[in-house]
Design a protein around this ligand. Structure first.
Ligand code: HEC
Ligand code: HEC
Length: 511
């Protein structure tokens, strides 16, 4: 048992806290027994640590069983945007892949790539990045959504690849919704699905919400429809709203605070602990602390989601939950311990050290003159009132209020919450859907958007957190209108091209 658990000694932390509430909660989690983060150890956590989530993904969501039942092959997984680690391929399969990848990939010419047993063998060998074998089960790690490969063996354009691991950059072609739909019991993801509210309405991209009585087929139809669950996005909020958002880069996290597009966490390790305790084991939301957390966030609406969830798990024969291995610690609802649990503090620090150390890809320069002109436009257009020109320094930590980032924001209040939480409120359209329930207000912040890293933009196929804009040209084209989200435009097409060249060129060496 880690000393951390036994000591229970709170060191009074004062520095860097935005308000009294977070000062108190920081004090609860800081202890003397935890050392500085170690980058190498953090890499192992990033790639392989599950904190017991294989229980959730295998016994509750039944992901590997669903993959088997669907006879999923390596080719299918590549089409779904999955990345494979070439260094973990068994020698015989590696040799077979080299041969088969040169063919037309038909079952006759590429038997291994088309054989579901091959995918199973790769899972067992930890070659499917982010899906990790643990004692006969399969768990999920950060690498699933926060890693790509160097494509040294193969790449399906815009989709998956086989190569050496590159941790941090977003796999933009990863069809998370499709993978979740392939699981045999996708209903176990109930709190993060788009649900019907008690009054029959629903918030999200689908016209109709799901209920506790929805069938597996209905849930799968929602998850696997890219109009409802766009490619490269994941719904990371257990709020019953269908608000899957684009996966953000996970490199240079020393530059990225606050964390999450709604800026919900000032501290990286609080965000990361939430991923392990509330997202990778959603059944932990039904623990007493988990229920308290959801009640604080969603009041009666939250309670009713949890009642529906308990029913779904009972109906689908899920038992023995929660699965996450994290000691009881702190107060439920507090940022360091949303469900009243916190995974191993040393491992959180190691992971933190690793993701701070991960470097951003080099910018892409096709025309240096255009890049230089684009930089001048970036300054002249006042983009610098929010964004940096030097991408090697932290983004501004201020949140951009909803009305500024989206002048057309006209929300309707759905429910009041206890201070300092903002009321639950929703506006038409998808841009605020992530922020309806989850925003920075639990920590005393405002409802708004955090500033993104302007890095690795040349690889990015869609823009804004809700994927609502399909290209940089569209983002910067005044055609979107004065009241659209992020209404900061470059009117002249020639200047717009320069700006785009500039944005694609950005890396942490850009001054
Ligand atoms: C199934 C996909 C998926 C997996 C797996 C995943 N994430 Fe993420 N991650 C996302 C999405 C989507 C976002 C964007 C969230 C947002 O902007 O609010 C994100 C954003 C983040 C951010 C915010 C970064 C920033 O700059 O604001 C952190 C921190 C993070 N993830 C941590 C983790 C950790 C730690 C793990 C592993 C324990 C993990 N994620 C695994 C999908 C995933
Ligand atoms: C008032 C503050 C503000 C101004 C001014 C502003 N931005 Fe932004 N920008 C943001 C915020 C906040 C986001 C993140 C929006 C989101 O989460 O969807 C963003 C997102 C972006 C993105 C998308 C990043 C991605 O990964 O999808 C680009 C590119 C961008 N801004 C470029 C610009 C340019 C170019 C200008 C000037 C013409 C500009 N911005 C002006 C605040 C601003």
């Amino acid at each position: 048992m880690p000393a951390l658990l036994l000591s229970g000694l709170a060191v009074i932390a004062t520095a860097g806290c935005q308000n009294e509430r977070s000062a108190k909660t920081t004090a609860q989690t800081a202890t003397d027994s935890v050392g500085a983060g170690r980058i190498e150890a953090g890499r192992e956590i990033y790639r392989n640590e599950t904190f017991g989530d294989e229980g959730f993904w295998t016994d509750a969501v039944r992901m590997p069983q669903g993959m088997k039942a669907a006879k999923l092959t390596v080719l299918d997984a590549l089409k779904a945007g999955v990345s494979f680690d070439v260094d973990a391929l068994p020698t015989d399969l590696k040799a077979a892949f080299v041969k088969e990848l040169k063919t037309d990939h038909s079952p006759a010419k590429a038997p291994k790539l088309n054989d579901p047993a091959t995918l199973d063998a790769l899972l067992t060998n930890n070659a499917v990045i982010g899906m990790v074998p643990k004692g006969g089960k399969v768990g999920v790690t950060c690498a699933l959504c926060h890693a790509i490969t160097d494509q040294s063996m193969f790449a399906l354009p815009g989709k998956g690849s086989i190569g050496k691991r590159i941790d941090g950059p977003t796999p933009h072609g990863l069809n998370v919704g499709k993978l979740l739909a392939t699981a045999a019991n996708s209903r176990a993801l109930f709190p993060t699905l788009q649900l019907q509210q008690p009054d029959g309405t629903t918030i999200g991209r689908a016209p109709k919400g799901l209920t506790a009585n929805s069938s597996e087929a209905e849930v799968d139809a929602y998850l696997s429809n890219p109009n409802y669950y766009p490619i490269g996005t994941f719904d990371d909020s257990p709020d019953g709203n269908g608000n899957s958002i684009h996966i953000t880069p996970f490199f240079r996290q020393d530059l990225a605070a606050p964390f999450g597009s709604s800026g919900q966490n000032d501290k990286l390790n609080d965000f990361n602990n939430t991923v392990y305790t509330a997202l990778f084991d959603q059944s932990n939301l039904l623990s007493p602390g988990g229920k308290q957390f959801i009640h604080l966030l969603g009041a009666a609406g939250g309670d009713s989601i949890m009642a529906g969830y308990a029913k779904v798990l009972a109906t689908t024969g899920v038992t023995g939950y929660p699965y996450v291995t994290a000691p009881q610690k702190g107060k439920p609802g507090d940022p360091p311990t949303p469900t009243g649990k916190r995974v191993d503090e040393q491992k959180l620090r190691d992971l933190e050290a690793y993701v701070r150390s991960l470097q951003a890809p080099k910018g892409v320069v096709t025309n240096a003159t255009q890049v230089a002109s684009g930089r001048a436009v970036f300054i002249a257009q006042n983009c610098t009132s929010c964004h940096n020109t030097n991408q090697g320094v932290p983004v501004s930590t201020k949140l951009i209020p909803m009305k500024t980032i989206w002048p057309g924001y006209a929300p309707k209040v759905l429910a009041q919450r206890q201070a300092p939480l903002s009321p639950i409120q929703n506006a038409p359209g998808t841009f605020d859907d992530k922020m309806v329930v989850v925003d920075a207000s639990p920590g005393g912040g405002i409802r708004g958007n955090a500033l993104p890293l302007l890095l690795d933009l040349a690889r990015k196929p869609v823009f804004l957190h809700d994927d609502s804009v399909k290209s940089l040209d569209e983002l910067l084209n005044p055609k979107r209108g004065k009241t659209a989200p992020h209404p900061f435009y470059v009117v002249r097409p020639a200047q717009r091209s320069e700006m785009i060249a500039y944005l694609k060129s950005l890396d942490t060496d850009s001054q």
